[in-house]
Design a protein around this ligand. Structure first.
Ligand code: ZN
Length: 185
């Protein structure tokens, strides 16, 4: 196998050398030189594909290359993203209401929270809104957990904004603490 590659390599070197010698001897102009280079590139690719290197070797090299790239990519990703300073912090209570959210990361590496919402304090389930439950009627819709069959404390949009800010401020503090830990390590 090694011998095989060496022979291909030598053939390529010889071809490069000859085309340079040809251009030196015949003192050709730029267009002719370009044509020679293109011809050489064409012959080089053709010889790789057809004569000297079987297609399966090229495929194996390409597959091996892709796998290596993927392994490196996964390794660096698993090191950077799977366990971060914020990934465990996905729910919190504010004014007796339990909230949860998801994280998104931007290309510039900033994190943002999305889908910020109150959840059921008993089962962590997502909630829906009801205007009435049993024989009770409400003037404004109330949060309801279908799994626990419970009507819950319902925050106003202002209170949800406050809760979100509460979480953002906590995140800022967590980031500071994690940077402190990194410096001490
Ligand atoms: Zn529930």
């Amino acid at each position: 196998m090694k011998k095989f590659f060496i022979s291909v390599f030598t053939a390529v070197i010889v071809e490069v050398a000859t085309s340079i010698i040809v251009s030196l001897i015949s003192n050709i102009n730029l267009i002719d030189a370009t044509i020679i280079i293109w011809k050489w590139a064409y012959n080089f690719i053709k010889s790789l594909l057809l004569f000297r290197v079987p297609i399966w070797i090229i495929l194996i090299v390409i597959v091996f290359f892709i796998i290596t790239i993927m392994l490196i990519y996964n390794y660096s990703n698993s090191n950077n993203c799977s366990k971060t300073w914020y990934s465990d912090y996905i729910k919190d209570e504010y004014k007796n209401i339990l909230y949860t959210w998801n994280y998104t990361t931007t290309y510039s590496g900033k994190i943002d929270i999305e889908n910020f919402r109150p959840i059921c304090p008993n089962c962590d389930g997502d909630l829906t809104m009801v205007w009435e439950h049993g024989n009770r009627h409400y003037g404004s819709p109330r949060l309801f957990c279908p799994n626990c069959d419970n009507v819950l404390n319902t925050p106003s949009s202002e209170e949800i904004d406050q809760a979100k800010l509460f979480v953002f401020n906590k995140l800022k503090k967590k980031l500071k603490d994690s940077q402190k830990d990194d410096n001490e390590d």
